[in-house]
Design a binder for this molecule. Structure first.
Ligand SMILES: [Zn+2]
Length: 193
């Protein structure tokens, strides 16, 4: 049950390379720490973020700046999914749908893995991005409980991608422009390595 009775009330994705978008700065601003107890504005952001996540197919994670809120909040989930594993052979660690406030991570080794990334905030671009293979993380739930743990493989990649968003960074910032490809090109390269 939610006060959001209509999906049309949800904010649109902010897309960095949409020439008509006027609010793309929010994707570039490092967010400040969220204060507990959560105020009503922050609770609204969480409701919108979760509803947007739930209505988006093939969505592994989402960060508040992607729907226009400069808040240090992300949502993510990784299931043990056979379809996804075809493209993410390093999917081993899983995570039930989690809303994380003030998340951070640290690498547990200098090892990095290269794999494709794409993003709802970057239209029709993809690239192979190096990410730490094994990380530790910590965050707080909306109820103020601390969560921490370690993650490897695809889950570690997703956590790094989403935390980058609340630090004002996009995956395309991490490799030179020559390495960006369209989604079609990415699928061809991914399926015919
Ligand atoms: Zn993203």
């Amino acid at each position: 049950m939610s006060f959001l009775s209509s999906q049309s009330l949800l904010p649109d994705y902010v897309v960095i390379n949409d020439p008509l978008a006027e609010n793309t700065d929010v994707l570039r601003i490092p967010t400040e720490l969220v204060q507990f107890p959560l105020d009503e504005a922050t609770r609204t952001v969480i409701r919108h973020l979760e509803a947007k996540f739930d209505q988006t197919e093939n969505c592994g994670g989402l960060a508040a700046p992607q729907i226009g809120y400069s808040k240090r909040i992300i949502i993510l989930a990784v299931e043990d999914d056979e379809e996804l594993k075809k493209y993410r052979p390093d999917l081993s660690d899983t995570l039930p749908k989690s809303i994380w406030i003030n998340p951070s991570y640290s690498p547990l080794s200098s090892d990095k893995t290269l794999d494709w990334e794409a993003c709802f905030s970057v239209d029709n671009l993809s690239a192979r991005i190096p990410r730490y293979t094994h990380i530790s993380y910590e965050a707080w739930t909306p109820e103020g409980e601390k969560v921490s743990g370690t993650a490897k493989g695809y889950l570690a990649r997703l956590i790094q991608h989403e935390i980058d968003h609340v630090d004002g960074k996009l995956f395309i910032d991490l490799v030179p422009e020559e390495e960006w490809v369209t989604w079609d090109e990415m699928r061809k390269m991914r399926d015919n390595p």
